[in-house]
Design a protein around this ligand. Sequence first.
Ligand SMILES: Cc1ncc(COP(=O)(O)O)c(C=O)c1O
Length: 464
Amino acid sequence: MKSEKKESTDSMQKQLDKFLPELQKLFGSLKENIINPVGDLITRSSNNISDALQLGLDLLNKELRGKSQPSYWRYSYEELNEILKEVMCPCAFLDLESYDENLDWVDQEIQKLGKKIRIGTKSIRVPELTMRALQKPNIDGLFIFHPNEIKHYQEKYHQKDFLLAYPIYNRTEADVLSQAVKRDPETRVHVMADNPAHLYLLEKSAAKHNVELGIIVDYDASIQFLGQVAGVMRSPLTQPKEVVSLARQCIEFPHLKFRGIMGYEGQEAGIGDFSIVYSMMKQKSRKENIERRAGIVKALNEAGLPPEIVNGGGSGCFQDTASEDSVTEVTIGSGLFKSYIFDPIESMDNFKPSLFMALRIVRFPKNGVATCFSGGFVSSAINKSPKVVLPKGCKETTREGFGEVQTPILYNPNEVFFKMGDIVICRLAKAGEPLERFNEVNIISKGKIIGYYPTNRGCGLWCG
Ligand SMILES: Cc1ncc(COP(=O)(O)O)c(C=O)c1O
């Protein structure tokens, strides 16, 4: 027995020895502080070889997964160059078939779970594409980010179900919400609140217009992990009794009605599985969020305030969140375009990139450099530029990067044969946000441009 154990330990030691150089190389290349302690843990844990090996293999698998992502290209570079040759650049274009496949997939997934999806408009910012999503049987309702969106979707698309996902504190904005209900009494407008001050402001406006506004109490879904906050800093409400207290206060305001709760577990929905540490964080978050949401719903039920809407999730965790008994709906947006910051999220592997940007080459400053007009559409918070994806092997420069009026691209003239006026294809870091730089999206289907859908900007829809 003892000798069997020794043999298996020896064989693990051999395997670990084999992987060690590779692991050390990996840890050396990973910059996040959080990774280093785990690196140490693995390389030093000769006392517990099997754990060390498991951690190491996990990490390697994740690294290899990144390298074996399937190609998402429906068209070759040459085909896209031809399709977009008359279009002014920079331009945004959508591979409609990929967008539709994403929609079909999420619709089927959510149907299996018996829940519904609300569309996060901030991650789309093209009303026609939002409306295309709403045609699916299990996708319903808008998760908007600004009051101004309501009028547009009401008047142009006769939409009646809005959830404003971010709190407001301004009388003009509150009046935009109340006026929307006044215009069409069948319209339901739900607004996020986490403080009685939000309720006072909304009541004043709703009373002035003699309408009712729905209140969604926003609670904190972040977690503590390795001594840090993992997640977004939104609501101060963490305890069921705090949520119940705010929900109960709605009763005191005759023009407000408590409708439900929302908790956004951004640390599960939007963070990549870069290493086992992130996977561990997500597992912890999942467990805590199931318990937290169920605890809040139970407390509300016991207080006689059953929530009609229990919203959570995002593209990166929509199935997990929708599997919770108490959840009635999940929000998604980004997955439908799958911009590149979502590539490292394993649960998003089934989403296909569908939105791209093309830049046009306007000069050749030196051999192996093609300079394109404009392109510096950086995404907020993560502060990331677009990245060049076609032709393969081309890349932006580290010094100039994607610029205000020009973007030089490095390429190998022995492999890529650029002409003046050719395009370079890029992916954007975030999904909807950079579309504020475009008036329209070129819609490509079956190898040609079949239309131009205006973005929010193209619709004259200012949303901050
Ligand atoms: C409150 C809230 N819910 C859900 C989401 C998820 O949206 P997406 O699917 O676009 O990541 C977001 C995105 O930031 C959000 O802010």
